[in-house]
Design a protein around this ligand. Structure first.
Ligand code: PHE
Length: 339
């Protein structure tokens, strides 16, 4: 009998439970009216006198062990439940963290700045709300100059001197006013024009302007730089420069890159010519250098400007420029894997 009780003590000490039910079963088994302990107590009178002492001590030990077990198991379980109530199940796996994506405009902007940084260009920025001097006058577009109409401008109604910049050439002016040659900088940013919104054009879009001013900068340097750029960005090295006009450059040119005519998409994109117009460029007009405090007798420079949005449409085959500003998650999520 004594050994049996000792076995029970070992069993009680080893017992664990994960639910209130299990603890209750355990309590009933040992401590209830019909429980084992009462049976053992009832046996007491039949135990020979000389064993009574040890027998009594052993069942008492079993009783205490069972009671303590019930108490501690209950306490632990309740504490766990309380934590669950406050924090939920602490052992569950963490919330899946969604991978973010960059906006296609940022992707293309970063690519362009990276390509130019490799040949020594830094990045400069300027304000989106500009004055007449930086958007027009300093860029060889004095008041009433007909070329001001090339870019439909949003003016701030109360002050005709203040406007939303129509191009990032404004940063070119600011940079030359504040820095001495040699200057090698590119200026990405948002620009605004009062144009009808369609699949191909928007009233705001993004440009990157490039500027290089130093002694002896030539048109050949410009062409070489642009060729390096198109090779790096598009993997296409064949370019052509068509004579064009910008008030702030002389001579000026439009840059076309030869895209090819391999696929049906190539035909569509290039309207069957194989050529894509990607930017404007030219040698900085001596008047502009003068306006910005640089001596055109000593220095010369080239500048170029391109639309980031258009390049993003080309590179990612996006059919409508408006998608770039709608913030539709279904669209943006497709750029997750692009850095
Ligand atoms: N600023 C011109 C535009 O917005 C682009 C350009 C920049 C052309 C620099 C030549 C040189 O159309």
């Amino acid at each position: 009998m004594l050994n049996k009780i000792k076995e029970h003590i070992a069993e009680v000490e080893a017992f664990t439970a994960t639910s209130k039910d299990e603890i209750e079963q355990f309590r009933i088994k040992y401590l209830s009216k019909k429980g084992l302990l009462n049976d053992f107590f009832a046996e007491f009178k039949n135990v020979p006198n000389e064993q009574k002492k040890e027998y009594g001590q052993t069942i008492n030990k079993l009783k205490t062990a069972a009671q303590e077990k019930v108490d501690t198991l209950k306490a632990t379980l309740e504490a766990e439940e309380e934590i669950k109530g406050v924090y939920g199940d602490l052992s569950r796996p963490g919330e899946p963290i969604e991978l973010g994506s960059r906006h296609p405009i940022s992707i293309v902007k970063n690519k362009i700045t990276e390509i130019f940084s490799r040949i020594g260009f830094n990045v400069s920025e300027g304000p989106e709300i500009e004055d007449d001097w930086h958007n027009f006058t300093a860029l060889n577009l004095p008041e009433h100059h007909p070329a001001r109409d090339m870019q439909d401008t949003f003016f701030v109604q109360t002050d005709p001197d203040i406007m939303l910049r129509t191009h990032t050439s404004t940063v070119q002016v600011r940079y030359m006013e504040n820095n001495k040659p040699p200057i090698r900088t590119i200026s990405p940013g948002r620009v605004y024009r009062n144009e009808a919104i369609s699949a191909r054009s928007h009233c705001f879009f993004h440009q990157v302007e490039g500027l290089y001013v130093d002694k002896g900068v030539s048109f050949a340097d410009l062409k070489q730089t642009l060729q390096y750029f198109t090779t790096e960005l598009f993997g296409k090295s064949k370019i052509r420069l068509r004579p064009s006009y910008f008030p702030f450059t002389e001579p000026s040119a439009e840059v076309d890159v030869y895209w090819g005519l391999e696929t049906e998409t190539d035909y569509k994109m290039t309207k069957g010519t194989g050529w894509l117009e990607i930017m404007g460029c030219g040698m900085v007009d001596p008047n502009v250098l003068k306006n910005c405090g640089i001596d055109p007798e000593v220095y010369s420079g080239f500048a170029f400007g391109m639309g980031i949005d258009r390049i993003a449409l080309l590179l990612h085959q996006i059919p409508d420029i408006r998608m770039l500003s709608e913030n539709d998650m279904r669209f943006l999520q497709q750029f997750k894997s692009v850095l």
